[in-house]
Design a protein around this ligand. Structure first.
Ligand code: WTA
Length: 654
């Protein structure tokens, strides 16, 4: 493994890259200044990159203040997202590849879907959905594997003005039911099974179990894609085969004229309290922002082959597998598999096979592959690669350097892109032809983005500083509301620091003004780049009859970034056993999904609380990290002996 001893702290833009880049340092400086001086004019100009049905005459109309709180962009514009992603490319590039599909099993053939084919498939499904009674404004839940039909399903909803809610294939029936119930979905699109790393995932059976729960009673129809061909229970007349309903449908479908501020999708994400929130994005601003950031951050060129390894169940998949790349007429690769199957060269074999030029993945994948050494990477060419990106969690400098030196052979700029489900697109990032790189730093704000750091009292910190990361002004891709709960939207993001959007992240700004994201400062834990709310896992644990109380904290994990550490107090008289521990972990898997399963579960005779009954998570974090000498001030504890017992049990567990 390569560990450069005198690794440079700064990687200047390679001159050869700068010479061909879409945006140079001077461009960045000029456009950034312009975007702050006149955000309305700047974004109205950027918005002309779309082919609006009715071009907007209005631009920015936003305020984060309680009195006249509003977020509206291009509010009188009209467009249809599927037309932006498909129809407008047909004349000049209809035969160009829109989607490359690489299946889980490398022995299965890859597929290539042209813009013309994708347009026809989307139109057929759009017509079928209309025939099934799905109308503009209705919600559709999509629970599919990473296959082209997942993209078809999203765009078909957009075509007819239906609002999609994609649910990640790793969520359990219970979590599907929560998401279906919250938005009142009329129709669910799923597949017989998914396959990942050779393992089958019973998607249709999960949907069946979800729909048996009474709260899912809004669903009238389930469309089932035949993917693996496994036998599934079809419940008539509710369940319909996808291929049967699209067969014979015309390959033209009238697109709905949507207002820029009409909803495009809802995507559920975890917060620090309560149930996951339905983050709602609208059509015009989101699409302008996703497409423009995609083009700028990846230095997109006409002949690029772009691959983002995320799942469409997450925001990264929405913005940077589907909407951004397709709105830009790019070729986007859809990968069904995992990085370590059949072996640890899989990513790089796919890069070579499809001549991938722009590659975007998560730090957790990089760390897992780095652990396997350089061999599986060196066994491949990767000569096609031009830009490497990361997203989802802070990347440690060691992993950044390995990605840059080994995967990119030191040639390719690494863009560490910071953003959130709520932000719709990338907010803090290098631009590969414009920004000097620092391993571990997301560097500079994108155009129009005004980050700032504040202390706990909301005082602005200037210059070199560390604090809570806030945004002082709106950008077009910003979420517009929490579905069904606008008050929760305001309270969650705009009440902590009046007049500012609070990200929930901490950050440091260095002497050059570069940002280093330090991670969440709230009760959200970032496990392998997936957001998990501690409150959700706690309520899953407490829903088990033998559990009296539970507290969940994050702890540093070599591969996952953070892991989940659960403290569980059992009901009186219930002895803790290994069998019960396994049962509780299984219980969380079935309540939420495998991504929320605790890595450690410790029995806690009692939890450390303040005299007012608040659980002191700071102390639980230190115990989980096995740093009992750093517990800090414990004088406010109601019963300090509780801590001694937990520390002792933690030490005994090793
Ligand atoms: C974290 C994913 C450091 C951060 C797009 C944020 C990052 C949360 C980075 C959002 C990065 C994302 N460096 N941390 N480059 N990118 N994060 O909603 O804590 O799934 O608040 O969106 O991931 O996660 P989400």
């Amino acid at each position: 493994m390569s560990h450069p001893k005198d690794a440079p702290a700064v990687h200047p833009v390679p001159p050869a890259f700068a010479a061909q880049a879409n945006l140079t340092r001077a461009d960045y400086q000029r456009l950034y200044a312009e975007s702050l001086r006149d955000p309305d004019g700047f974004w109205r100009q950027v918005a002309t990159r779309l082919d609006w049905m009715r071009p907007p005459t209005q631009g920015k109309d936003t305020s984060f203040d309680r009195e006249d709180f509003r977020i509206r962009w291009f509010a009188d514009g009209e467009l249809n997202a599927s037309v932006e992603c498909l129809d407008r490319h047909l004349a000049a590039r209809g035969d160009r590849t829109a989607l490359l599909f690489e299946p889980d099993d490398p022995a299965q053939p890859a597929q290539s879907v042209t813009y013309r084919d994708l347009h026809a498939r989307v139109c057929r499904l759009g017509n079928a959905l209309r025939n099934l009674g799905v109308a503009r404004g209705d919600r559709v839940t999509i629970y599919l594997p990473m296959i082209p039909d997942a993209v078809v399903a999203m765009l078909a909803c957009a075509r007819i003005g239906a609002i999609h809610s994609v649910v990640f294939g790793g969520f359990s029936p219970n979590a599907i039911a929560d998401r279906v119930a919250d938005c009142g979905s009329k129709l669910v699109i799923t597949a017989d099974e998914g396959v990942r790393g050779g393992r089958r995932i019973p998607l249709k059976a999960n949907v069946d179990a979800a729909l048996r729960l009474p709260r899912s009673n809004s669903v009238e129809t389930v469309l089932v894609v035949r993917h693996t061909g496994a036998a599934v229970d079809m419940q008539m007349p509710r369940d319909r085969w996808f291929d049967a309903v699209v067969e014979g449908q015309p390959d033209q479908c009238r697109p709905e004229r949507m207002n820029a501020e009409d909803p495009l999708f809802i995507l559920y994400t975890s917060g620090s309290t309560g149930k996951p929130k339905g983050v709602l994005h609208t059509t015009g601003g989101y699409l302008v922002y996703a497409s423009y950031t995609h083009a700028c951050v990846f230095d997109l060129k006409d002949d690029d082959v772009y691959w983002c390894t995320a799942d469409v169940g997450w925001i990264t998949g929405h913005s940077y597998i589907v909407y951004g790349p397709l709105a830009n007429g790019a070729t986007t690769l859809v990968f069904e598999g995992v990085p370590n199957h059949p072996d640890h060269s899989r990513f790089w074999q796919v890069v070579d096979k499809h001549r991938v030029t722009l590659f975007y993945t998560a730090p957790t994948a990089i760390r897992a592959l780095m652990r396997e050494g350089d061999g599986p990477v060196r066994a491949t060419s990767r000569a096609s690669l031009r830009v490497l990106g990361t997203v989802g969690e802070p990347i440690n400098p060691e992993a950044w350097r390995w990605y840059h030196a080994v995967v990119g052979d030191g040639r390719c700029p690494v863009v560490d892109t910071w953003w959130q489900t709520e932000t719709g697109g990338i907010l803090i990032t290098p631009l590969p032809g414009a920004t000097d790189l620092k391993p571990g730093s997301a560097t500079q704000p994108f155009f129009g983005v005004r980050p700032a750091l504040v202390d706990a009292d909301g005082r602005r910190l200037e210059g070199e500083a560390e604090g809570n990361l806030v945004l002082l002004d709106s950008w077009p891709g910003q979420m517009r509301t929490v579905h069904g709960d606008h008050q929760r939207f305001f309270d969650t993001y705009f009440s902590a620091y009046p007049g500012m959007y609070f990200t929930g992240d901490g950050a440091r700004r260095d002497a050059n003004g570069d940002y280093w994201i330090t991670g969440r400062v709230d009760d959200v834990i970032n496990v392998s780049g997936h957001r998990i709310g501690t409150a959700e896992v706690e309520s899953a644990l407490v829903s088990h009859p033998k559990v009296a109380e539970a507290a969940v904290v994050g702890f540093p994990h070599d591969i996952k970034g953070q892991g989940l550490y659960a403290y569980v107090t059992l009901v009186a008289g219930e002895p803790g056993s290994d069998a019960l521990r396994d049962e509780l972990v299984r219980h969380v898997r079935s309540e939420i999904g495998p991504i929320a399963a605790p890595d450690h579960l410790q029995w806690a005779p009692a939890l450390p609380k303040t005299r007012s009954g608040k659980i002191m998570r700071r102390i639980l974090r230190k115990i989980a990290e096995n740093q009992p000498d750093q517990l800090g001030d414990t004088s406010t504890l109601a019963d300090p002996s509780v801590v001694d017992a937990l520390v002792k049990a933690r030490r005994d567990a090793g």
